[in-house]
Design a protein around this ligand. Structure first.
Ligand code: MG
Length: 374
């Protein structure tokens, strides 16, 4: 493996863990973080949480788990090509969606509405809350006690008010510094992953048509390339040949532009990365194509009436669960009643609901509202 760049995060330049621990014997500190994330309960729950399509709608659509694995794959490749810490990159990517509610963004919006007067709900902050606090696996501490840079990478955005509560971790949001390049990579790898897999899932579901997506230059250009190389293929095989070219073009573009920016800024150490403007980036041309694709997906897939029906149902389930627990906290499982006593009923309820999978929340809703259901 090539040596890490001098501005990459490494074990010795890290700000370390909140609770000091002996160094791992046969792994780096960031490999240990990745391993802790994979073994967490929140990570396993991602298998049954919606990305766009609810889990029971089909066996082949992405879930939060397969999405996170695809983000990790793309992010690792980029990190390695730029001689950055790919273990840290993988850890951040695998953890980036741990705090997602059931039913994707509809669930998060509903829970955020419920929590409006109680500090709000944001899946990004919830991911951090899970790894810092909610996982119960270790005798010596709550949460996973991850390295500072892993936690920093998980916390993508944050309001100034929240940042002030987060101490050292929130500082960069107050003084305008950038996170590590490894964290910046995860952000854009997330975008590459969902833009492409949502096109794939959208076409597979039949909610998007090839005619519609053909209006997108990114898709049309790579479909034409696939047709030129393999004139005899059609259907799913042609879609995959197109999408893999789209991913490759986006990654290649990002690598070239980021290498150019790194060469110009010439960081000598991690501190220079924090002070520099964003160094991991697409070219303006690719950024524009990505923005167009994102807008297309919003208009034709995320706002498709069949997706909106699911969204409406999800909002109802989440807000009814929230109201039921907050109006009578005795209905909460004992561990959340304890949490309610030390924090607040609303925060404990948000933690409980956010941790639910799609099907668990649906079942819990039936248990609370359907007569005859146990
Ligand atoms: Mg994501």
């Amino acid at each position: 493996m090539p040596e890490l760049a001098p501005y990459a995060v490494n074990d010795s330049s890290s700000r370390g863990r909140v609770v000091a621990e002996p160094r791992p014997k046969a792994r780096s500190e960031f490999q240990r973080d990745r391993d802790r994330i994979i073994h967490s309960t929140a990570f396993r729950r991602l298998e049954y949480k919606t990305q766009v399509f609810v889990n029971h709608e089909g066996d082949l659509f992405r879930t939060r788990l397969t999405h996170s694995i695809e983000v990790a794959q793309i992010a690792r490749s980029i990190a390695r090509a730029l001689r950055l810490n790919d273990d840290l990159t993988e850890a951040i990517a695998l953890a980036h969606d741990l705090g997602h509610t059931p039913f994707g963004h509809a669930g998060q919006d509903a829970l955020n509405d419920c929590m409006q007067a109680h500090g709000g709900f944001e899946h990004n902050l919830q991911s951090l809350r899970i790894v810092d606090r909610l996982e119960e696996r270790y005798g010596a501490f709550d949460g996973l006690n991850l390295m500072f840079e892993t936690r920093e990478g998980i916390l993508k955005h944050c309001s100034p008010a929240r940042a002030r509560e987060l101490g050292e971790l929130g500082l960069r949001f107050l003084d305008g510094r950038r996170p590590s390049l490894e964290a910046q990579i995860c952000n854009l790898a997330d975008e590459i992953a969902y833009n492409n897999h949502d096109v794939d899932d959208g076409l597979r579901s039949g909610l998007l048509t090839l005619e519609q997506i053909g209006e997108m230059s990114l898709f049309a250009r790579h479909a034409a390339e696939a047709d030129a190389e393999f004139p005899h293929i059609s259907g799913r095989r042609r879609v995959h040949e197109t999408i893999r070219r789209m991913i490759d073009a986006q990654v290649t573009d990002l690598l070239a532009e980021s290498a150019r920016r790194i060469a110009t800024a010439a960081p000598q150490a991690l501190a220079d990365v924090h002070a520099a403007p964003a160094l991991i980036a697409f070219t303006d041309a690719m950024k524009a194509e990505n923005r167009a694709l994102k807008g297309f997906l919003r208009d034709h897939l995320y706002q498709h009436y069949q997706v909106l029906r699911m969204t409406a149902k999800a909002r109802r389930i989440i807000s009814e669960l929230f109201d039921a627990f907050v109006s009578d906290p005795r209905l909460l499982p004992p561990q959340y009643q304890e949490m309610a006593a030390t924090e607040s009923v609303t925060r404990a309820t948000a933690d409980y609901i956010a941790g639910m999978t799609d099907r668990y929340s649906t079942k819990e809703h039936r248990r609370l509202f359907s007569v005859g259901e146990l």
